[in-house]
Every structure is written in structure tokens, then in C-alpha cells.
Ligand binder design. Structure first.
Ligand code: MOS
Length: 746
């Protein structure tokens, strides 16, 4: 049922990404590519040395040979590194960092030294000359064998998503149908194209960083606390981030290690992690083992849902992947019970990864829902419709906007769901078994306080600046479009955009799909104030046709102020600024969450349908096509937005079929710490993607009517593929990724 339909004001869209030319011509500079403002010849290179045991203590590091090697400037170890005023733990950076402050080794791959040299090759070679002695202790590895040791998360602010409503025990006893199973998702490592990289240099007590990050403000505050220097002594710049997916959402050890090294050698230090160094020291999505039980009436009404998840955590720090979170709110079951527990392991710290919680949560819950539909002999889409939640059942409050039913209908029609083979294993083409599957996608719509500045420059062009980040997500484009639109319809291609510099007005971490939803309202606010300032100026400019007009009589249109009651009376931004002595007219804007936001849940939804072909002999799966329709409020830019959703779906296919981090059960090192063996899809793995959005504005959420879209694409997609594999083969694989061996033996 469509809720109140608001016809949204639509921004003029940029046809191409704002940053497209810079990217395709190679002029976009990423953190490690900067050669100034310091003299380029001063740059030195840091190389992080990693532990080779999973648990124990460093006894000694003999660096004599390394220090004598060509080009080496310093070797920092826990035995000689400068002491930080606030040593971890009690991480000021929200992470328990390993920054050479003690000799403890908590996982294999932990940073234990940094070699600084005149070139990267010299630093790497010298690292090979270190003689490292350890006292080794037994390690906690093999998570799956220790599920019984699971405990509740205990670090403050990281409480589990425990939720109970109704009496599940009584409800299960009365249910006509109960399905129950254990569903497993693996450890997954983020693999952005650009590895984590930092250039650090000190100017006296002031620290400068070029850092590949999703959060320049977060890095600035974290490192200021760690070094106990005033926050304003730190400047972080990051005009482009080559992907992050959550792994660059918080500061990891290599950033303070670069800063410490730069202090020791008195020169800029460039520290870039190798691909293999990204498997451990910069976070991973934990593995989740989900026990799910669903009870329903014979006509498909859910009466009880139980979801108990156990995941691996690092001995260093708790992190909860809220995979049971979706179970609380996706369907209107009267009784729900959810628990989340951790098993400590000698592994690197877990962290957010694209759609943290919802990605594995929808993978497992939506597989279980498919099993329930099969048991009921019911169309899986029908089962979702029967249990549709018009309001948020977890918090008993309305959504700002929810149109998932329309999304189900639209995607089902585009996909041809009515032609679905109702009996598994009955649609055959040559040597292939063909199957159709579907699942629900969902992700919360988040918003945080943000600030932006808008200026009208001499000549009449506009400038917009905000200390946000663009991870390839389209933030430059969003700022240009929103600024152009809010100033009364400029050509967005003429707007100058600056982001990724901590001297700009503060914006939140680019995580939780919140950047557009948070920052663009601040741009709107700044633009409105600039228009007001222009109006006040022009009223005093005797040479202007608008001289003496009150600001309420004027409006901005096409780069001019125009009298509302007489469009012939107008004056250009350029003329007003020129008469102002060519001093730019500028205003700061800010935006907070909407008034009364706590009375609602803001959440995006989608419907994902997949068709697969499974080879009868090899059990290789080909995802032929995915059709998905999303309810994400207003889509601000068709190209960047659809691209985000498609990218998420590709990752969902990866979740379904390819990705898995393998930990050596004895040494605790990631075995496949490279992109040859850590499988992600290539173009040939992805069939046709058909992505549509409903474009129904959610103006209760923010003035743009737009909810974030960075993460929802990955949700639901893995289950849709897995459910299609069942439909093709009759084989149910409850452990991701669904590889041919598992289909063969299911
Ligand atoms: Mo996203 S995992 O919230 O950066």
C-alpha cells in the first residue's frame, strides 16, 4: 500500500560524475600520491613488520643488520618506540590499536615494528633482516569448535541486539509448522581497490596527514587524543578514497605508526599497506553462526521467531555484527527472541563491513524464510506479504515511509516471478538446472549532524565545501547538485566542490549510508543563507535594479536574484558580488536529525529476485540475472545511485558464491591474504542486473526525501541467489559461500 505520495522536488541531475574526468585522466590524487607541500625528495617510506605467531610475547627484536642496511633511517619496535601519553587499551580511537607500546602479540599479522627507509624496497628488504624472538602461548583459534564458550559482548556501547517480545516458547508449541536450522556466514575481509595509506609529517607540534579514510574528522580526533595534542593541531586531508566499505571508517594502527615514525625521523613518512597486510590489521567482518527457528500457522502467519547468533571476536576488542537485528523488525511476528554472543579469538579486530548486520542477517533469515515457504508449500513472495509489517514491530512505531509491497510487486513483475518453477529441480535447459529465488533487502536510514559552507565567488560561480568524504560513492556529485539546486538552479557542472579536508566544516563518518542524507541538508541550509545575504547586499546596492527590495520580495533563479512579483526585475549573482568589491558572499549551514525523528523508524527496503543456472555435473553456479526494486526515498542521481545499488548486488553475489577468509587453524594467519585466493566476482560472474527504485520521497526523514543507498544493495542478494540454487537443485546449503562442493554434498 502506497503511503501518502509526495511529489518530490527533483534536482537537476549531473549527467556524469563530478569527479569523472579527474578519475579517468588520473589527476585525482589519492592519499599516497601527494608530493607536497613538503619537498618531494624528503619523503621517506615506512614498512609495517607483522608478527608471525598468533599469541605470546615479543622477547627481542635484533635490528642491527636492518639498521645497517642501505637507505634505512630507523627501525621502530616496542623496545625503542616513543611512548604515547595514552597507551592502548582504553582506545581513544574506538579501536584497541597495536602501536608498539608493549610486547604483547595478540594475533598473527599484528604490527610489531616499522622500518623507515629512503625507498619502499629498502624498507622491505631491511625488514627481512630483523631477528625476532617470541615467547609463544597457545592461541584461541578455530572459532567453530568453541561455540559453547560464547559470552555476551561486554564493552560499553556495544551491547547486543537482544530483544524479546511475546512468549516464543508458548508460541512455538502452538505453531503448526516449525523450521529450524543453523546458518553460517564466513569471515570476510574488505578489499577496496586502494589499500589503506597514510602520509604523515609534523610541523613542530602540528601533525598533517594525507590519509585514505572514510572519516577525516574521526581520524583527526582519534590521533589528537592518542598523541595528546589539541585537535586543531591535526589536519587530515583525503580528497579521494579508493573504496572503504567500513574498513576505513575508523583509525587503525598504521596511522599513528606513520605519525610516530615521522616524529622519529623528522621527515614525512609514507606508509602504504600491502594487499596482504589488509587481512588482519584493518578489520574484517566476523563469521556468524546463526541458529534460527521460525514457527507459523498453516496459512503462513509467523507466530514466533528465534535467532541466536554466535560470532568470532578478537581478544583485543569486542565487536558485534548485529546479524540478528533484522529478525526483530522485518516481519510482524508477535513473538521474537534474539541473542548475540561472541567467542574470543587470537585474530585481528572485527569491524563494520558494508551493511554490517543486515548483510549476513538478511542472508540467513531470508534463507530460513524460504525454507518455511517450501515447508508450507507456499510461494515465498506470498509468505513475505502475509507477514508484512506496516509499522516497525521491534519498536512499535511507524516508519517515516515504507513502500516495500510496491517494490515486491514491481520487481516480481519485471522478473517474471509468476513463471517460477514451483517444484525444485524441474526446470532443465541442456545440462543446467534453472532456479528462481527471492529475498527481502533492508537497511536503516541514518542521519547525523553535518555542516557545510556555500560561497558565491567573483564571476558568479558557486563553491560548496564540507569535511565529508567521497569513497567513489558520488559525494562530489551530490554536493554539486544540491548546491546548484538550492541556489535556485545553477548548472551543477559549474559548481566548485571541496571535501576531504578537516579544515572544512565538520561532517560525519561516511558510514552507515548516511553521507548524502546528512550533508546535503546542511548544503541546503547554507545556500538558503547565502541567498539571504545576497538579498541583504543588493538592497543596499544603489546601482542594482533590486535596490531597496526586501529579502522576502526576492528569490534566486538561474544565477540571479529575481523580484517575485516582477521577474523582469533581476540582478545576477556576479554583479552583486562585483559591487561587493569582489568579496565572495559566504554562509555556513548545518543540519541535524529531523525534529521528532525518534517517533519514527527510518528504514529502506527492497525486493531482490535471482535466476541461476546450476551445472548438473560440476555444480558450478551461474547467476544469470538479478532484478531488484528498492524503496529508498528520492533517488538524487540515477547514474551514481543505480551504480551504488548495482555494486551492492555484485557484492551480494560475492557473499553468496565466492568470498571467504580462511584462517590457518594452527598459526592463525589468513591463508588466502591475496586477491587470487580471496575470491571476488569478475565481470563474467555477474549476469544481467535490472535495478529500479520507486522514487517515493521520504520527507519525514529529511528535506531531500532521500534515504542513503550505500549499503542496501548487498542485503537480500545473497539469500536470493541461495534460494534460487535451492529452486534449481532441491539442495539447501546453509553455509555461505555456496561453493560447488557444498551443493554436491548437501
Ligand atoms: Mo559502512 S560498513 O557503515 O562504512
Amino acid at each position: 500500500m502506497i503511503q501518502e505520495q509526495v511529489t518530490p522536488h527533483r534536482q537537476k541531475q549531473m549527467d556524469h560524475r563530478y569527479d569523472a574526468v579527474a578519475k579517468v585522466t588520473g589527476t585525482a590524487q589519492y592519499a599516497a600520491e601527494f608530493t607536497g607541500p613538503f619537498p618531494a625528495k624528503d619523503v621517506t617510506y615506512g614498512y609495517v613488520v607483522q608478527s608471525t605467531i598468533p599469541n605470546g610475547t615479543l622477547l627481542s627484536i635484533n635490528a642491527d643488520a636492518a639498521e645497517a642496511a642501505s637507505g634505512v633511517l630507523a627501525v621502530l619496535t616496542p623496545f625503542n618506540a616513543p611512548k604515547l601519553p595514552v597507551p592502548p587499551p582504553n582506545p581513544p580511537a574506538r579501536r584497541n590499536l597495536t602501536v608498539l607500546q608493549d610486547a604483547t602479540v595478540s594475533y598473527n599479522g599484528q604490527p610489531i615494528a616499522v622500518v623507515v627507509a629512503l625507498s619502499l624496497a629498502q624498507a622491505q628488504y631491511a625488514a627481512s633482516l630483523l631477528t625476532i624472538r617470541y615467547k609463544q602461548e597457545p592461541a584461541k583459534l578455530e572459532f567453530r569448535k568453541h561455540l559453547a564458550e560464547a559470552r555476551s559482548p561486554k564493552q560499553p556501547g556495544k551491547e547486543p541486539a537482544v530483544n524479546h517480545r511475546g512468549d516464543t516458547t508458548a508460541a512455538f508449541a502452538k505453531a503448526s509448522v516449525v523450521v529450524e536450522g543453523t546458518y553460517v556466514t564466513p569471515i570476510q575481509n574488505h578489499n577496496p581497490m586502494e589499500p589503506h595509506s597514510t602520509i604523515a609529517w609534523w610541523e613542530g607540534e602540528k601533525l598533517n596527514l594525507y590519509d585514505s579514510t572514510q572519516a577525516i574528522s574521526g581520524v583527526k580526533q582519534s590521533i589528537a587524543k592518542l598523541f595528546q595534542i589539541p585537535v586543531d593541531f591535526v589536519r587530515v586531508q583525503c580528497p579521494y578514497t579508493g573504496g572503504g566499505f567500513g574498513s576505513k571508517g575508523s583509525m587503525w594502527s598504521h596511522v599513528p605508526l606513520a605519525a610516530l615514525s615521522a616524529r622519529v625521523v623528522g621527515k614525512p613518512v609514507k606508509l602504504v599497506l600491502g594487499r596482504e597486510q589488509m587481512f588482519g590489521p584493518v578489520g574484517a567482518r566476523p563469521s556468524t553462526v546463526n541458529r534460527i527457528k521460525l514457527g507459523a500457522t498453516s496459512d503462513g502467519k509467523l507466530v514466533a521467531m528465534q535467532h541466536d547468533v554466535v560470532m568470532n571476536a578478537s581478544v583485543l576488542e569486542d565487536f558485534t555484527e548485529h546479524s540478528a537485528g533484522v529478525t526483530k523488525m522485518l516481519y510482524k511476528s508477535p513473538a521474537v527472541s534474539v541473542t548475540e554472543k561472541l567467542v574470543e579469538q587470537n585474530l585481528g579486530v572485527s569491524t563494520f563491513q558494508r551493511a554490517p548486520g543486515e548483510a549476513p542477517g538478511t542472508a540467513v533469515l531470508e534463507t530460513a524464510m524460504d525454507e518455511l515457504a517450501i515447508r508450507l508449500n507456499m510461494d515465498p513472495l506470498q509468505l513475505r506479504l502475509i507477514n508484512y509489517a506496516d509499522t516497525d514491530p521491534s519498536q512499535d512505531r511507524p516508519f517515516t515511509s515504507k513502500n516495500l509491497k510496491v517494490a515486491y510487486q514491481q520487481a516480481a513483475a519485471r522478473f517474471g516471478w509468476s513463471k517460477r518453477p514451483t517444484q525444485a529441480g524441474t526446470q532443465i535447459e541442456g545440462n543446467n538446472l534453472i532456479g528462481y529465488g527471492m529475498a527481502t533487502a533492508t537497511y536503516p536510514a541514518n542521519r547525523s549532524a553535518a555542516q557545510a559552507v556555500v560561497r558565491i565567488l567573483p564571476g558568479g560561480r558557486a563553491f560548496v565545501g564540507s569535511g565529508t568524504q567521497d569513497l567513489g560513492t558520488g559525494m562530489y556529485t551530490m554536493l554539486a547538485q544540491t548546491c546548484a539546486d538550492s541556489l535556485g538552479g545553477l548548472d551543477p557542472a559549474t559548481v566548485q566542490v571541496k571535501l576531504g579536508d578537516s579544515t572544512l566544516p565538520k561532517a560525519p563518518v561516511s558510514g552507515g549510508s548516511q553521507s548524502t542524507a546528512s550533508v546535503c541538508p546542511a548544503v541546503q541550509d547554507a545556500a538558503a543563507q547565502v541567498i539571504l545575504k545576497l538579498s541583504e547586499l543588493v538592497a543596499l546596492q544603489t546601482a542594482s535594479p533590486l535596490f531597496g527590495k526586501g529579502s522576502s520580495e526576492l528569490t534566486a533563479k538561474d544565477g540571479r536574484l529575481v523580484a517575485k512579483n516582477n521577474p523582469a526585475l533581476a540582478d545576477s549573482f556576479a554583479s552583486i558580488v562585483q559591487r561587493n568589491g569582489n568579496i565572495p558572499v559566504e554562509a555556513m549551514g548545518s543540519a541535524e536529525k529531523s525534529e521528532g525523528a525518534d517517533a519514527y523508524t527510518s528504514q529502506s527496503f527492497g525486493a531482490v529476485f535471482a535466476e541461476v543456472a546450476v551445472d548438473k555435473d560440476t555444480h558450478m553456479v551461474e547467476v544469470r540475472r538479478i532484478v531488484a526494486t528498492y524503496d529508498i526515498g528520492t533517488l538524487l542521481n540515477d547514474k551514481t545511485g543505480t551504480n551504488q545499488l548495482e555494486g551492492g548486488i555484485v557484492w551480494g553475489v560475492s557473499f553468496a558464491l565466492h568470498e571467504e577468509t580462511h584462517i590457518d587453524p594452527v598459526y592463525g594467519r589468513t591463508v588466502n591474504e591475496n586477491l587470487a585466493e580471496y575470491h571476488v566476482p569478475v565481470n563474467a560472474d555477474i549476469g544481467t542486473l535490472d535495478v529500479t527504485v520507486l522514487n517515493i520521497a521520504d520527507t519525514k526523514f529529511n528535506p531531500l526525501g532521500a534515504r542513503g543507498i550505500g549499503e542496501i544493495g548487498i542485503t537480500g542478494a545473497a539469500a536470493a541467489v541461495g534460494n534460487a540454487i535451492f529452486n534449481a537443485t532441491g539442495k539447501r546449503v546453509r553455509e555461505f559461500p555456496i561453493t560447488p562442493d557444498k551443493i554436491m554434498t548437501a
